[in-house]
Write a protein of this length. Structure first.
Length: 181
């Protein structure tokens, strides 16, 4: 089932939309959530994503369902982590959509699939041109939501080195997307 068809189910207030969302995206959402939370919290968070989508569609009508769901998931996970870690070390999550919103263009593709493939291909090409350490930094920061300090600690670099590398990669990625459009 396509994103558009699933969104139409939500717009019609048909509960089958949640079931289709679970079938299409449940495993991917769970993998992302488990990268941020414990297994139990991840399961609860993913279920909360379905409820939030049900409550927000309509009036929201996202063009691409998966990024919409991931944004909800990351917000829910961030709130859960903030609550759990109130007295512990603060965990910083970074949303790809917020950090790179000015980098990833709004493609004028004929279909959602073409738009997703264009962005994915450009991102994969960009990352393959980076050295393995920078690839790891990028993925840890933008996919797993680790903070610059935690990445620096894991990789044995200074905070400044990781921060500068990520800033430079973001600029290069912006240029790569401009070349593609």
């Amino acid at each position: 089932m396509t994103d558009r068809q699933i969104i139409e189910l939500y717009l019609k207030r048909n509960e089958e939309g949640i079931a289709e969302t679970r079938r299409e995206y449940g495993m991917r959402l769970m993998r992302i959530a488990e990268g941020l939370l414990s297994k139990e919290d991840a399961e609860e968070c993913v279920n909360d994503v379905y409820l939030a989508a049900w409550n927000h569609i309509p009036p929201d009508e996202p063009a691409h369902l998966m990024p919409y769901l991931v944004k909800i998931l990351r917000n829910l996970a961030r709130n859960r982590l903030r609550d759990q870690n109130a007295l512990k070390r603060h965990v910083e999550l970074v949303e790809l959509s917020d950090e790179l919103i000015d980098v990833i263009p709004d493609p004028k593709a004929d279909t959602e699939a073409e738009a997703i493939h264009a962005v994915r291909d450009t991102l994969n090409h960009f990352l393959s041109a980076q050295d393995p350490v920078k690839q790891k930094m990028f993925v840890l920061y933008y996919w797993y939501g680790l903070g610059v300090g935690e990445i620096a600690e894991r990789l044995g670099f200074s905070f400044a080195k990781v921060d500068k590398a990520l800033t430079r990669m973001k600029k290069k990625l912006r240029a790569a997307f401009r070349e593609e459009s």
